[in-house]
Design a binder for this molecule. Sequence first.
Ligand code: HEC
Length: 188
Amino acid sequence: MKKTIRTAGGLALATLLLAATAAQAQAQITFRNVTDGSALDLNNAREEGRDTPGVKQFLETGKNPYNEKPACLKLGEDLMLTACSACHGHYAEGKIGPSLTDDYWTYPEGKIDEGLFSIIFGGARAQMGPQYLSLTLDEMLQVMAWVRHIYHGPVEAADWMTDEQRKTYKPWSPDQKLDVPAGATCAP
Ligand code: HEC
């Protein structure tokens, strides 16, 4: 009897510890809705694509590890066409929703990956609804990487870029070909 109780207690403790670790992984950064500042609840995210290495790294650092990773860009391009282009245009040049590829931001938060993610996950005004039901967290990072890749504004305004990316930056144009090495997969 005593033994059973102790085992149950051990189990409960293990469950608690596990829950604490999971909560910690998500609590590194509080992502906020750009229109009202309310905290976004990442528990609303779709089950699949939640804890890929890329998502884990992003939730800890707020920086998208898929930026400029060719295999991720290809996936992001496809996602943009299905999930965003109807409103933002084929090359996100602007249509019902604004251009996402110049240096003007309605929500300046979008100039860093943390903010761009918050806009996509939590939505903004008008037709820009929250996307957490249509895209997985991993897919959001893929489409974000594509949005960054097709940027063609001045490099000084590209707050998300690493020093390395700034050095090699070339404004994007539709005739640029994306070279994805054979067998490459999307990973940090
Ligand atoms: C149904 C139409 C619609 C869809 C689909 C849509 N958007 Fe939007 N988006 C808008 C509108 C309209 C706005 C302007 C909202 C505002 O000003 O509050 C907007 C605003 C934005 C902004 C803020 C831009 C800025 O200048 O601050 C970003 C970033 C964005 N959308 C990204 C995306 C991405 C990425 C997708 C696809 C995953 C997407 N949107 C899908 C209509 C849409």
